[in-house]
Write a protein that binds this ligand. Structure first.
Ligand code: NDP
Length: 335
């Protein structure tokens, strides 16, 4: 087996030398265990938080252990009656080629059907990022047909699923993304009604003006993935009683401070602002996954993937994700 361990914690920006590649033997299986060969590893922004030991909603990743991460793959050996060799499964196998999983642990491993949904999508649109978009939209923003929805990091794993879900509910849907290619793709392929390139704007006031043009009726729901200047630009455009689902603040993950310029707008516009962690809401996953799989099967949601080749490519691909180099769901193909 080959594995990436977290070797040391970042001081400021994360760097490739925070990770260490090692080889090891996979241990023999005990009763109830299965051996999974990973086809894809998911790279996700939350991993940056786990690399640090500052206070967060969950414990940091211990040093010297395999980097955690979502994986899809195939059962190659089983000592559990619940899984057979050849089963396609999704789990949290980590940054490695194989994992030994206690298959009886609830939620440790889930069989997936690849007849209508490609295996890798279970790490993106029909997996954790898709469910994240669903939860923020359906449970926090509670959209009504005809309302205007805005999402940042619009072409990413979460943002692209958000667009399909919001359009399905009859909302005007506007994205914010970095660069002309991502914005064109958002409108032409993802079905956004408009997409704004935040990189064309030096400050929040200028971005806010562009938002006013793209959202002539104001913004009723905002799905926040980024923070900083983008949030500052959106707040003045929120309609009274608007709802903001705070999902991520990626602009600050590498330690950049992100002061909020005008928090009084939350009061004067009577906004609901709510953060959430998708893995704390496992009860809604089946319903969300069912809708997302349906959108994929009908071709309504055609997510894009950025695929790095081979385990060795994982650190650079991950650092790129934190800088917006990915275009769609960032994966590492392992076989
Ligand atoms: P993406 O696929 O959207 O990739 C990250 C994107 O963030 C980049 O492509 C880039 O897009 C944007 N970005 C990166 N750095 C910056 C920056 N400094 N300023 C502005 N934008 C930046 O990732 P995901 O879809 O997986 O995740 C999106 C967000 O959702 C993240 O904040 C993540 O932490 C959060 N999340 C939260 C969960 C929860 O339970 N609360 C669960 C899953 C995800 P661009 O080029 O357009 O700027």
């Amino acid at each position: 087996n080959q594995q990436f361990l977290l070797d040391n914690r970042p001081a400021g920006e994360a760097v490739a030398s925070n990770f260490k590649l090692v080889s090891s033997e996979t241990p023999p299986l005990q009763d109830g265990q299965v051996l999974v060969r990973h086809h894809y590893l998911s790279l996700d922004p939350y991993m940056r938080g786990r690399m640090s030991d500052s206070k967060s909603y969950t414990a940091p990743q211990p040093l010297g252990e395999v980097m955690l991460g979502g994986t899809v793959g195939e059962v190659v050996e089983s000592r559990s009656p619940r899984f057979q060799p050849g089963d396609k499964v999704v789990g949290m196998g980590g940054w490695q080629l194989y994992s030994v999983v206690n298959a009886d642990e609830p939620g440790a491993l889930r069989k997936v059907d690849t007849s209508h949904v490609p295996l890798s999508y279970y790490l993106g649109a029909v997996g954790m990022p898709g469910v994240t978009a669903w939860y923020g939209l359906v449970k926090i923003i509670e959209p009504k047909a005809g309302e205007t929805m805005v999402v940042s990091a619009a072409t990413g794993a979460v943002g692209s699923a958000f667009a399909a879900l919001a359009k399905a509910r009859g909302c005007r849907t506007v994205g914010i993304a970095g660069g002309p290619d991502k914005c064109r793709y958002a409108v032409e392929e993802l079905g956004f009604d408009a997409c704004i390139d935040y990189k064309l704007h030096q400050d929040a006031a200028s971005l806010s003006k562009a938002l006013k043009e793209a959202c002539p009726d104001g913004i009723d729901g905002y799905f926040e993935n980024v923070g900083g200047m983008v949030l500052d630009a959106v707040l003045p455009r929120m309609n009274a009683f608007g709802r903001i689902a705070v999902c991520g603040m990626i602009a600050g993950y590498d330690g950049k401070p992100m002061p909020l310029t005008c928090p009084a707008l939350i009061l004067t516009s009577r906004l609901k602002v709510q953060g959430f962690i998708v893995t704390e809401h496992m009860d809604i996953w089946p319903e969300a996954l069912k809708e997302l799989a349906g959108l994929v099967a009908t071709g309504t949601l055609r997510p894009r993937e950025s695929v790095a080749e081979g385990l060795e490519a994982a650190p650079e691909a991950f650092l790129g994700l934190l800088k917006g180099k990915n275009f769609g769901k960032q994966l590492v193909k392992l076989i």
